[in-house]
Write a protein that binds this ligand. Structure first.
Ligand code: ADP
Length: 485
């Protein structure tokens, strides 16, 4: 397959272990397909336990020298990695669109966003400050230092094939940890291209390793192996819980970024046009396939019809098609199961009284495109109230009072992102504090940035990524009591 890249070395179809490129021991491979047309575009190794163990051992061997470097030395190397991502952003974006489907502009945007974590953590690694605690005893001094956790494992999803990796690898490496990564089987090429650039940047052999293949078997080794001291996972809640269970015997540190069910509340005092713009941004990014995409619009009665009508009009304008085509803003969904889930949720809502005001069906009989959809007259008994849609469907629920809106918004097992639009300052504080979520967008539909803590509560997981909190996840606290002064 011709990827039509400027630099063909970015297409890697082997695992990256200990600074070398490897096939699976068994010789087995895994097909990578383009969701826009089902074409097989590459094959990567279907590796298992032995390869994973080898990668962990390489990461263990690389740890002492990497940890011993100063943060500034590590930062200089990471900075080169950052620069290479930006230099190749068009190629990396194209590669991503081909394996994942998102529109080229969004894909290139993700490379820039993904790179931002590397630049930011390269610098933040220099600020892993400790503490001196004022002594309660005359002949003692108490000092706290921060040290790298050690060998870390990461398992990442297909919806952000670059950024979900850099958001874990950058803080880990900046802190002085080494890493073994298992990327999603649907999008390994973006991950392997990152490894190629890591090598070019001068990241030493064994510091950053990638194993592609059997999720279950690789996952088990990453969890069971006592050398691995931490696991960072982004993906579904059931898999996150399984990994947590598997990590219990070796008691690993965990960061889990799991599913969401984001509410987007529009109050009577909101700027409705701004709310519609924020709604489009939060709902339709990546064709609705992000864990912070709005799942439920919760709209006050007085502005419900106006908001519904304006949102439907803007939604109908979104151009659906192959992400490589100019002006396409909605790519295909990732696979047939994703489209079937969207169809199932819409048909459930319809059977319980919802109205489709725009969209509601596939673009064509074959293919993974779905028309951006708006549903009104939603009620809490419908499946969408509790299940993550992960597709381009806006579902509008109605409420009367502020208390009712908060209760509706919090009525979910999840607690990742929430959004609301209001101008009354008292309400902004009240609602912001009352929402049981890790992140709240107030009068904005875009919250992701490398400088702020990303993460959830309840069944959406634990730990934070990005910001100085994200660095802490890869640092241990050591307290040293010095006596005998
Ligand atoms: P999604 O719905 O986003 O595909 P998953 O949780 O299934 O969510 O996938 C996220 C990541 O978890 C992917 O890299 C996938 O390969 C991996 N994964 C899935 N099942 C397991 C498992 N049993 N053990 C380890 N990793 C897994």
């Amino acid at each position: 397959f011709d990827f039509k890249l400027n630099d063909r070395t970015l297409v890697r179809q082997q695992c990256y272990i200990d600074g070398q490129w490897w096939d699976a021991d068994s010789g087995k491979t895994l097909d990578v397909t383009n969701p826009a047309n089902g074409q097989v575009i590459a094959q990567v190794p279907y590796a298992g336990q032995a390869e994973t163990r080898r990668a962990i051992e390489a990461a263990e061997r690389a740890l002492p020298a990497w940890r011993a470097k100063t943060a500034a030395e590590r930062a200089a190397i990471l900075r080169r990695w950052f620069g290479l991502l930006l230099k190749h952003k068009d190629d990396l974006g194209r590669l991503m669109t081909l394996e994942q489907g998102k529109p080229l502009k969004e894909a290139t945007g993700e490379i820039v966003y993904g790179a931002s974590f590397i630049e930011w953590f390269a610098e933040e690694g220099k600020r892993a400050y400790g503490e001196v605690i004022p002594t309660p005893v005359a002949d003692k001094r108490f000092v706290v230092i921060k040290q790298p956790v050690g060998v870390c494992a990461a398992i990442t999803p297909w919806n952000f094939p670059c950024a979900m990796i850099t958001r874990k690898a950058a803080p880990a490496l900046a802190a002085g940890c080494t890493m073994v990564l298992k990327p999603a089987e649907l999008t390994p090429l973006s991950a392997l291209a990152l490894a190629e650039l890591a090598e070019q940047a001068g990241i030493p052999a064994g510091v950053f390793n990638i194993v592609t293949g059997d999720p279950k078997v690789i996952g088990q080794e990453l969890c069971n192996n006592p050398t691995v001291r931490k696991l960072s996972f982004t993906g579904s809640t059931p898999v996150g819980k399984l990994l947590m269970e598997q990590c219990a015997p070796t008691l690993k540190k965990l960061s889990l970024e799991l599913g969401g069910n984001a509410p987007f509340i529009v109050f009577d005092d909101a700027d409705i046009d701004a709310a519609v713009a924020g709604a489009i941004a939060s709902k339709y990014r990546n064709t609705g396939q992000t864990c912070v995409c709005t799942n439920r619009f919760i709209v006050q009665a007085g502005v419900y019809d106006e908001f519904a009508q304006k949102l439907a009009a803007e939604t109908a304008k979104l151009r659906v098609g192959n992400g490589l085509e100019e002006d396409v803003v909605q790519g295909p969904l990732i696979n047939p199961a994703a489209v079937e889930k969207v169809e199932r949720l819409i048909s459930d809502a319809k059977s319980k009284g919802a109205t489709i005001t725009t969209g509601g069906e596939r673009l064509e009989k074959d293919g993974l495109w779905f028309k951006p959809t708006v549903l009104t007259h939603m009620t809490p008994d419908m499946d969408i109230a509790q299940q993550e849609i992960f597709g381009p469907v806006s579902a509008l629920f109605k409420f009367d009072t502020e208390d009712e809106a908060i209760a509706l918004a919090n009525n979910t097992e999840y607690g990742l992102a929430a959004y609301f639009y209001a101008r009354d300052i008292g309400r902004v504080w009240r609602v912001g504090e009352a929402l049981e979520y890790g992140m709240v967008g107030i009068n904005t539909g875009s919250i992701s940035t490398e400088v702020a803590p990303f993460g959830g509560i309840k069944n959406s997981g634990m730990g934070r990524e990005g910001s100085h909190y994200g660095l802490e996840e890869y640092l241990e606290i050591k307290y040293m009591a010095m006596g005998g002064l």
